[in-house]
Design a protein around this ligand. Sequence first.
Ligand code: ZN
Ligand code: ZN
Length: 586
Amino acid sequence: MCNNHDDLELRRKHTASHIMTYAVKMMHPDVKLGVGPWTDEGFYQDFDLGEGKSISEKDFKKIQKKMRWIVNKNFKIVRQEFTEAEAREIWKDDKYKLELIDGIVERGEQISAYDFVDEEGRTVYRDICAGPHLDSTGDLGIFKLTKVAAAYWRGDSDRETLTRIYGVAFPNEEKLAEYEHFLAEAAKRDHRKLGQELGLFTFSEKVGAGLPLFTPKGTFIRNKVEDTIMKIQSKYGFERVNIPHITKKDLYETSGHWAKFKDDLFHVHGKGDTQFVMKPMNCPHHTQIYASQMRSYRDLPIRYAETTTCYRDEQPGELLGLSRVRSLTQDDGHIFCTPDQVLEESRNLVKVIREFYTKLGMFNEGDFKVSLSVRDSANLSKYLGATENWEKAESFLEEVAKSENLPYERIEGEAAFYGPKLDFQFKDSLGREWQLATIQIDFVQPERFGLEYIDNEGKRQTPVMIHRAIAGSLERFMAVIIEHFAGAFPVWLAPVQAHILPVTDAHLPRAEEVLAKIRGISGRAEIIDASDTLGKRLRNSQTGKIPFTIIIGDGEVKSGKLTIRKYGEKKDKQISVEEFLGLLEE
Ligand SMILES: [Zn+2]
Ligand SMILES: [Zn+2]
């Protein structure tokens, strides 16, 4: 049953993890083992090496040599089953394994282990694992250890700190080379590095980890993204609203978020006894704007949009550049409508998403996919809200996905307990997928907040709420597009579209004339004066990934034309100022 390619790669990674573990055990016989799963990229294994012992990347050569030996020995990998009592006896000295056994028993699963067996039938290595694995160690192929990190047992910061070793495994050298090329490309595009080099954002220890500060250039990009989305969606009747960044905890008690998320929030204490928190989301606030008036079916749909920052107290260890922050700005929006209006509203949201991602060049066939998350039909009781509304919403979302030709997959059981959704995953230029836009139907929040409208028969009804994000959080979105474009933003999004280089100071007046014309059409350019050599300034414009570099010397002053070099091109072009302005406006 395990013949497809992906399954083979999964078994390869799993097997590699055990081979690494066996190798480490040969070097540290007393080592205790945490978990060792496969990941998208490869595999890892957690080790408790014991007091005072450590492994660093310097040890990789030795470990890999031992791994090679295990591969060459071609041990058979044989599954064994154990009763709880047997397992507890075998692993009686390993507190981690005993805890794992507790879990397996609790879930009512069979305890299984895998043995590496030599030619004489002797077991040389054994570990608890549900598998699957390759049939023998000799099938492993190419492997490589990649890094060491610290990790908590069970991800719990109150528990033991373990040593985690990561690795990758591939069927052949070409696949490893491909992977290494990908890593090198990804490192070049790393938004943390580019954000620094291009001067887009910064962090300050005085402000705190996970709290990015945006420079004028970075702010330009954020605002441009926001404005573009606002402009597109204003065609579909969105209106902007504005809410404060703190709230009484009562709001989240009503919404039901308090019990679940109170430990992930920043708590704020004022002079009085009232407990406030920094908002981690905007939906509950927006319900209160809706609830401020009696609504009639004639008023619906009501569509609120707001780009606003939310705050979540993420673990310091989880923070990562702009991808994982404590202050995240959502391009948020909520629609309140009747169940029947879900069809038209979702269709319009898909149009907004289409227009925005088309502008970014990311809405091409094969570059994105959509998941339609619906209820688990075998377990309907776990969903809140009227069945009739669920059925309607699910079929509406599917109808939109079909009529808008979205490459969608219907995923049963992936709906939230409060409603079905459409999620958009976009591929960046390295083929990595990012979940960015989303349309989520919600039957529960309107109930909890007692939202109402009067229908055409004068009866009180509960509206449906649609949550929607186009870019997701602006911080994460910026991280994605910085890496996608490798910092070379399209002309419309580039904070500086052109550098104007006067060859000498004598050409400065003409450069200033050209700058004024560019500014006249709201273009964005800077004069880089002749305090550096022309060659150096040209190189700086390239490393700054400026879309156009304009050179003005004697010839250009005389002819009235501009010498233009496009980013990434080696050849210059002579064009008139008007032609250049046309390029900018395109
Ligand atoms: Zn395994
Ligand atoms: Zn929402």
